[in-house]
Ligand binder design. Structure first.
Ligand code: HEC
Ligand code: HEC
Length: 304
């Protein structure tokens, strides 16, 4: 598990990371003045919001469930449909999101930030060679730099490093079932996911099991290609025990149910109660400890 998730395009400096942490909590760039990244990704809920569907400006309901921002930067792409290439693009576009910040334009956001004197100084320090340091691109880059530090190693990593007793017998049995059943064919890599898109409902339609009220065609709605029907990014499973409810529409509350549904609709397998329980315990071992830096709030500049 990497300690940070560096980018090939952007550099991470302390100045950008500090500014990014502030901007993550900044609500003055939203149309209703109450919406910040932290509104839908609070660390008290492990970087997710514990809602089926997130609520943005003026309570507008998002079409999908909010995944956690913890370790998110380590995935191949962002969003359930993989339609944001990296965390920087994600942050920039969230500003104009109708059910997110709802800002009327990027210029509007830049004006807002520019009207807070202390930000001018902080952006200048973080982007020294920039003629116009206060820009939405720099807003996104700073938040991205902060998100790239949100790594949460857990007992599973100690186990991988060779400390066999870092996991209990049940958790080890759960890991074995997870591998033997074929969960790892999709939930692969250090984050146990975030490396590919796959159909949700390989063996049978997902909504028959999730009881989803609305059927989401997934990536098909982005590309309009028939073969992309019901394709979603395989989500990472780091901290999954802390980020209910589950699936792109938050349709399933219980992690045990989510595990059983996965086995059924992706692999055509019925898990025994014991197998489900062991996988459930193994997934708990993927909950990392949140660092002091993650759980402390930054003080934001005053408007005066
Ligand atoms: C109104 C609630 C809301 C706000 C505000 C919001 N998000 Fe999100 N976020 C979501 C939802 C919902 C999704 C899933 C969108 C999708 O896949 O269609 C998401 C997805 C993401 C993802 C992708 C995670 C993954 O695993 O694919 C990241 C990263 C993220 N948000 C970071 C941010 C940052 C940074 C901000 C502030 C600039 C922000 N979000 C503001 C609700 C919100
Ligand atoms: C064929 C690929 C594939 C296989 C095999 C697979 N998954 Fe998944 N998994 C996915 C996809 C895709 C999603 C996202 C579904 C959605 O909500 O749109 C997902 C979602 C999940 C979620 C919900 C995560 C969240 O944050 O909402 C859990 C938990 C999960 N899988 C566990 C498992 C387990 C346990 C197994 C083995 C029994 C398994 N998966 C096998 C592709 C797969």
């Amino acid at each position: 598990m990497p300690q940070t998730f560096p980018s090939a395009t952007y550099t991470m400096t302390q100045e950008k990371i500090r500014l990014g942490k502030m901007l993550f909590n900044e609500k003055r760039v939203s149309i209703d003045g109450t919406t910040s990244c932290a509104k839908c990704h609070p660390f008290s809920y492990y970087g997710a919001d514990n809602l089926e569907k997130s609520r943005g400006n003026f309570g507008k309901i998002n079409p999908r469930n909010a995944p956690t921002v913890l370790n998110a930067a380590g995935q191949m792409s962002q969003h359930w449909r993989g339609d944001r290439k990296d965390v920087e693009e994600q942050a920039k576009k969230a500003l104009l999101g109708k059910a997110s910040f709802g800002a009327p334009s990027y210029e509007w956001v830049e004006k807002r930030l520019g009207s807070i004197p202390k930000y001018e100084e902080l952006f200048k320090k973080a982007f020294v060679n920039d003629k116009n340091p206060i820009s939405v691109d720099n807003y996104a880059e700073a938040i991205g730099a902060w998100e790239r530090t949100l790594s949460t190693p857990s007992r599973f990593d100690e186990f991988l490093e060779g400390r066999s007793n870092a996991l209990t017998q049940e958790e080890k049995a759960g890991l074995k079932t997870f591998m033997d059943k074929g969960c790892t064919s999709c939930h692969s890599g250090a984050l146990l996911g975030g490396t590919m898109l796959q159909k949700f409902g390989v063996v049978s339609p997902y909504w028959e099991y999730t009881k989803s009220k609305k059927i989401d065609a997934g990536r098909y709605n982005v590309t309009k290609k028939e073969e992309d029907k019901y394709l979603f990014k395989v989500p990472q499973l780091r901290n999954v025990a802390m980020t209910a409810p589950y699936f792109h529409d938050g349709s399933v509350k219980s992690l045990r149910d989510a595990i059983k549904i996965m086995a059924k609709v992706q692999l055509g397998a019925d898990l025994s109660q014991k197998e489900t329980q062991n996988i459930y315990l193994f997934l708990q071992a993927l909950s990392g400890k949140l660092s002091e830096d993650i759980v402390t709030l930054p003080i934001l500049p005053q408007t005066n």
